[in-house]
Design a protein around this ligand. Structure first.
Ligand code: A2P
Length: 256
């Protein structure tokens, strides 16, 4: 039996020349936990070519959503970016991934630190009402080179706070902190530097990271993950591993 289903593309949105998202139908049997990823692909030379993609949609939403970069000459993304409404895409039946709350020890504040398309799994997580029962505050940071790469910015700041069901949770408990590294913007700089200098905590009027209170999820570029890991390890945070819950969990953003 195939471990894939074919789903119809419902919409495509090009954020920039290098970044796009699309939605497709959801198989009635498809289940996932917020923060997980699945395989997505197309037939290329009559064979499925698949890559891992985080689900950006909430686990209760009718359709599935994915965020992707356009890799020049990338075997899959160079074709995925040309999707049209009505096309068919492969979606894996299985989901997996480390960015799930059950991998974290209980805590007060959940930090979701992302760069680039590493935002995708956090879009699913911030729409999950269960997260707001587990944590008093959720802080989502998104760092990109340029401001137009801050995908979903308006959705997070305008649409979600007015959402019929989760709007109140979003207004009371979610803090969104976008930062840009290569052009002027209201928040400037790499997240690692903002943590090290303490500017992040000052700007948000929050205490700096403590092992007792803070839990952290990281998703983004490998270099950001490496530097942030080191920073967290140095202050005594323990990474989830070997099925033992930790103070933080890590997933790299997938390239296509
Ligand atoms: P920068 O512009 O200073 O390189 P990329 O597009 O290369 O995946 O990077 C996405 C974002 O992640 C950029 O804003 C980039 O900042 C930032 N970034 C890259 N490397 C690191 C790192 N080692 N630590 C923190 N942020 C990083």
């Amino acid at each position: 039996m195939s471990n894939l289903t074919k789903q119809t593309v419902l919409s495509i949105y090009h954020w920039t020349d290098t970044l796009f998202s699309f939605t497709c139908m959801r198989d009635p049997g498809f289940r996932f936990n917020s923060g997980q990823f699945t395989m997505v692909g197309l037939d290329i030379n009559e064979k499925p070519l698949l890559r891992a993609y985080s689900l950006a949609s909430a686990n209760y939403e009718t359709n599935l959503e994915f965020l992707s970069i356009k890799v020049p000459d990338g075997p899959l993304t160079s074709r995925l970016q040309n999707l049209r409404v009505g096309d068919l895409v492969y979606i894996g039946k299985k989901t997996t991934g480390t960015l799930v709350v059950d991998n974290l020890l209980p805590g007060k504040t959940l930090w979701l630190l992302s760069t680039g398309t590493g935002l995708a799994p956090f879009m699913s997580i911030i729409k999950d009402p269960d997260i707001y029962n587990r944590y008093e505050k959720i802080i989502l940071t998104h760092t990109c080179r340029f401001a137009d790469e801050l995908a979903y910015q308006k959705y997070i700041t305008v649409h979600l706070p007015n959402h019929e069901y989760i709007g109140e949770l979003i207004r009371n408990q979610l803090i969104y902190f976008p930062t840009v590294t290569r052009e002027p913007f209201k928040n400037r700089g790499r997240i690692t530097d903002l943590i090290k200098t303490g500017e992040l905590f000052e700007r948000l009027s929050l205490p700096s990271f403590s092992v007792d209170n803070d839990r952290i999820m990281l998703c983004g570029s490998p270099r950001m993950l490496c530097d942030t890991r080191k920073l967290l390890n140095d202050i005594g945070f323990i990474e989830y591993g070997n099925s033992a819950s930790g103070h933080y969990v890590v997933e790299k953003a997938f390239l296509g």
